[in-house]
Design a protein around this ligand. Structure first.
Ligand SMILES: Nc1ncnc2c1ncn2[C@@H]1O[C@H](COP(=O)(O)OP(=O)(O)OP(=O)(O)O)[C@@H](O)[C@H]1O
Length: 331
């Protein structure tokens, strides 16, 4: 059994005591009583949630916990049965998704929506905030949109260079690898100069070679003053880059805290592994991680899969935590 320490009850991001639904010192998003039902199934039932500004928050939980549905609700891609939520102090109820994005809250999708038959640059331009040429009057008055189009292209080029996609500028998005599409999604989200970036499973399907670069890019968003909220199953990503972790299970928030303590939280262990485990998520072997992914019907991340296979042919480490720490050391 791994050693557990009592988690601290206070945290610099939190106003009051740390716990599910706790108040933040400077929240950028506040949700209250948000419920979404599909027929008889309650997919989301969030009593209270606050997302801290200027931090990287991970939203984790087992498959079907309601994470993506909650994302969809916050960003106007779905409507709740009831509840209220605000961004930068303004209610977002009944605000359609494109207007949510204009206010500075953008999201990427689990299955990337890069339009394959458009070039990388064209995909980027779709993410631009104000497209003046879209109005009939403006479309007829060339100077009105020409200058803006040039500014958008300039911004797109600078983002493509930052995400090392500049060499792919004229390529069709369909020709990019899964990881490059993730980078394109992130770059495109930045076209609208958002204040909050929401990433849905940024690591899913990403080749290990691109993993570090993606992590660095997400950290870079925070360094540039943006708030990041991401849904992710990859615990390495959660541990390495998040400042705060919110755990959902069966539609509810069951735990919150900094990553170093949340992985040892019994509610988190139970949510992921079932009620009869005492292993903490921070010290899982790759075999265990692979098993969780397999049980959940997920694709097993390549690096975990390879290590797990290796482990089945060699002796298991005496200390189950040793392997996880070794793996961490490689990153
Ligand atoms: N459009 C829909 N119609 C019916 N049920 C839905 C719909 N969308 C989601 N659900 C159900 O709501 C529950 C929550 O799903 P959701 O996709 O939000 O979970 P999740 O935590 O994001 O899971 P995953 O990690 O697998 O992406 C699941 O039981 C799912 O089957």
């Amino acid at each position: 059994m791994s050693e557990t320490t009592t988690p601290p009850t206070t945290h610099p991001l939190v106003d009051g005591e740390v716990g599910p639904g706790c108040k933040k010192v400077d929240p950028i998003v506040i949700a209250d009583g948000v419920v979404r039902q599909f027929g008889g199934l309650t997919a989301v039932d969030v009593e209270h949630a606050e997302i801290p500004r200027g931090a990287i928050t991970a939203l984790i939980g087992p498959n079907g916990a309601g994470k993506t549905t909650f994302f969809n609700l916050l960003t106007g891609f779905d409507r709740p049965n009831k509840g209220a939520w605000s961004f930068e102090g303004q209610s977002l109820a009944h605000v359609p998704s494109h207007k949510v994005a204009r206010r500075g809250m953008v999201r990427t999708f689990q299955l990337t929506k890069s339009l394959g038959r458009l070039t990388v640059l064209q995909n980027m331009l779709l993410g631009a905030r104000d497209q003046r040429g879209e109005g009939i009057f403006a479309a007829l008055v060339r100077p009105l949109w020409k200058a803006q189009e040039e500014a958008n292209i300039e911004r797109a080029d600078s983002l493509l260079a930052r995400f090392k996609l500049d060499a792919k500028r004229e390529d069709y998005a369909a020709s990019l690898s899964g990881g490059q599409r993730k980078l394109l999604e992130m770059a495109r989200a930045l076209m609208s100069e958002p204040t909050l970036v929401m990433l849905d499973e940024p690591m899913a399907g990403v080749n290990p070679a691109l993993t570090q670069s993606l992590l660095d890019h997400v950290k870079g968003l925070k360094d540039d003053g943006m708030t990041v909220l991401f849904v992710e199953h990859d615990m390495h990503m959660v541990r390495h880059i998040s400042d705060w972790v919110i755990v959902m299970a069966e539609g509810r928030i069951v735990a919150e805290g900094p990553p170093e303590t949340i992985m040892q939280n019994q509610a988190v262990v139970d949510a992921y592994l079932g009620a009869h485990h005492d292993t903490d998520l921070g010290t899982l072997t790759n075999q265990q991680v692979a098993q969780i992914h397999e049980d959940a019907g997920d694709e097993v991340p390549v690096d975990v899969d390879a290590s797990a296979r290796q482990q089945t042919t060699t002796d298991a480490p005496a200390d189950p935590g040793a392997d996880a720490h070794d793996e961490e050391g490689k990153r």
